[in-house]
Design a protein around this ligand. Structure first.
Ligand code: ZN
Length: 167
């Protein structure tokens, strides 16, 4: 499989809802490997399939404790909330404070089709919620108040316009 390219805002594909994976095929396995490669190449802690233009419910997460690949992940329990700084590979250079559930239980399937359950907190809980949001076309800016979102987008455009000027 060719190297996957990470799409950046405002690419319309990252705003679309992803479809569940019906069958885990050889293609699914290849997609997951290519997603992990793209995530590590970009030095991210997580990647969702729509970020590379694949509208399927697949996420990869590695917060430094090993790769987790989840098919059709969903949040089944949550508790508390917590604010924390987040960035997104689709929004280069931007970081914003995002409120998330402090603890989550996430259920999904591994590449063998076996159901797996993660009881996560702290960074893992945050990363899982961030990636699951991507499957609904949601970005970190959508978790902000309208005012903060406008400010963040203005900052994002400025940060990335400067980069383009250098080319
Ligand atoms: Zn993201």
């Amino acid at each position: 499989m060719a190297k996957l390219e990470i799409l950046t805002y405002p690419n319309p594909l990252i705003r679309k809802k992803s479809a569940p994976v019906e069958n885990i095929t050889e293609e699914t396995v290849k997609t997951c490997a290519a997603m992990a490669e793209a995530m590590y190449r970009a030095k991210g802690v997580g990647l969702a399939a729509p970020q590379v233009g694949i509208l399927k419910k697949i996420i990869a997460v590695d917060i430094g404790e090993g790769l987790i690949t989840l098919i059709n992940p969903r949040i089944t329990l949550f508790e508390g909330d917590e604010k924390g700084e987040e960035g997104c590979l689709c929004l280069p250079k931007l970081t914003v404070d995002v409120k998330r559930h402090a603890k989550v239980q996430v259920k999904g399937y591994d590449l063998k089709g076996t159901e797996v359950i993660f009881d996560a907190e702290e960074l893992l809980a945050r990363a899982l919620q961030h990636e699951i949001d991507h499957l609904d076309g949601l970005l970190i800016i959508d978790r902000l108040s309208r005012l903060k979102r406008d400010l963040a987008l203005r900052k994002y455009r400025k940060l990335n316009a400067e980069e383009k000027d250098k080319d």
